[in-house]
Design a binder for this molecule. Structure first.
Ligand code: HAM
Length: 425
């Protein structure tokens, strides 16, 4: 019986991979100009990192983690996100000893046991960045402008930026009391998970995925109305910083984000080309996470964009323009010595950096030429006994059918094709 891929996972097939490479390339180019250096971290971490980092009352930790004991009896979790891991690495590798801020970027697979639907997978990929050790509101604007630049350069349209501030432990004290009082008056209708969250972390109820809880949450008090002086100032300055950069946004007081570590600025980029899973990129500031995970008090801020969601938008907007590389030349061969000559010349062309192909399936000459056409080869030639004896081939331009006599050598074929390309430019 055929074995199929696990639910909520995807194969990215050749063809589509080009799109991924373009997205990844765009991410790297943006990080280069904004000064965010790539970091690579393990796919799995100690479960404790996410329990403490992401938060015990989040959906991610309570319901969605891929957690198992390894053969040594350690509890291991496949990364559900990147931020906690980067904080761990920042502390463990003493990156704080470098001149601050430390600006890092990553492209990683993430794993969450969610109910799969369009744009929501159990294995998905994120491009993310984190900035450690910078408190200024200009940092918030830098992070948001990096996300904005990336999404623009990927070429998608119809993306809106929403921002909010969710305050700090100081402003949350009063707010949490108001929130508890509000949700207590609806307690009987809340889902079981949210009933348990009510006393511990009532803000988590606001982004519960259950339709009844989210309906109740709509009329809940908003944190933005309870910000302390410091958080209010930070938010105002972040906004004027965004205005200074000409980045448009709307304030959405309902954004609280699904992970516990956020403080102050939070933001989401939402696409009008996705269905229910419309957030393509999300992030925010986290002022307590480095300390929570054993480091010195250090500010952090970052975002992550879902690559599968970007691919969906690009496809929905008909923007796929990346083509696979096609062979410059196909060498067909008749007979054993011709096959050997074709094999050697194709190999030498490849060593020169030119995409070259030959038949590997024992096709007839006619079938080899048909195959060359299918591959989209720009030039082709047939090698037989005569060509080997004369040391010359007829190189055919597959577009216009013109042929030219060229020596049977990689150097000569390479030079001929490069010269023809130069003349076309
Ligand atoms: P997040 O909002 O949980 O934030 O995820 C970021 C992005 O990953 C989402 O906006 C979405 O595009 C994508 N994503 C999330 N879950 C799935 C899924 N099940 N299937 C497909 N795509 C998904 C974080 O993970 C934070 N670590 C972001 C951050 C970095 N905050 C500060 N620094």
């Amino acid at each position: 019986m055929m074995i199929t891929k696990p639910r909520g996972t995807e194969d990215v097939l050749p063809g589509e991979v080009k799109l991924w490479q373009k997205i990844e390339q765009t991410a790297r180019e943006c990080c280069d100009v904004f000064g965010y250096k790539e970091i690579r971290t393990p796919v799995f971490e100690s479960t404790e990192l996410f329990n403490r980092g992401v938060g015990e009352t989040t959906d991610v930790v309570q319901k969605e983690m891929y957690t198992f004991n390894d053969k040594g009896g350690r509890s291991i979790t496949l990364k559900p996100e990147g931020t906690a891991t980067l904080v761990r690495s920042y502390i463990e590798n003493s990156l704080y000893a470098n001149p601050q801020p430390t600006k890092l970027s990553y492209i990683i697979p993430c794993f969450r046991y969610e109910k799969p639907q369009s744009g929501r997978l159990r294995e998905f990929h994120q491009f993310g960045v984190e900035c450690f050790g910078a408190e200024s509101p200009e940092t918030d604007a830098e992070i948001i402008s990096l996300a904005n630049t990336f999404l623009n350069r990927v070429g998608i349209k119809g993306v809106s930026l929403y921002i909010n501030s969710i305050g700090c432990p100081v402003c949350r004290k009063e707010y949490n009391e108001k929130l508890k009082a509000y949700f207590r008056s609806h307690e009987d209708k809340l889902c079981e998970t949210c009933k348990a969250r009510l006393e511990k972390n009532p803000m988590r109820i606001i982004d519960c995925k259950s339709p009844i809880c989210s309906e109740i949450a709509k009329s809940a008090p908003k944190i933005i109305d309870y910000l302390c002086e410091d958080c209010k100032n930070h938010f105002d300055k972040t906004r004027s910083s965004l205005d200074n950069l000409g980045i448009g946004y709307k304030i959405n007081p309902d954004i609280v984000r699904g992970l516990d570590y956020y403080t102050k600025t939070v933001f989401e980029f939402v696409s009008d080309s996705l269905g229910a899973q419309s957030t393509v990129c999300g992030g925010g500031r986290y002022s307590g996470l480095v300390e929570e995970l054993g480091g010195k008090p250090t500010e952090g801020i970052g975002f992550a964009a879902g690559i599968e969601r970007l691919v969906l938008i690009i496809k929905n907007q008909g923007l796929e323009s990346e083509n696979e590389v096609t062979p410059e030349v196909f060498l067909a061969a008749i007979g054993d010595s011709a096959v050997r000559a074709a094999q050697k010349t194709v190999y030498e062309l490849r060593l020169l950096g030119m995409a070259a192909e030959q038949d590997l399936c024992g096709r007839s000459v006619k079938a080899q030429m048909k195959f060359a056409n299918k591959l989209g080869a720009k030039y082709s030639a047939v090698i037989g006994d005569d060509e080997i004896a004369n040391g010359k081939i007829n190189l055919k331009n597959m577009k216009n059918g013109e042929t030219a006599e060229v020596a049977l050598s990689a150097d000569a074929i390479y030079e001929f094709i490069k010269k023809a390309e130069r003349e076309l430019e």
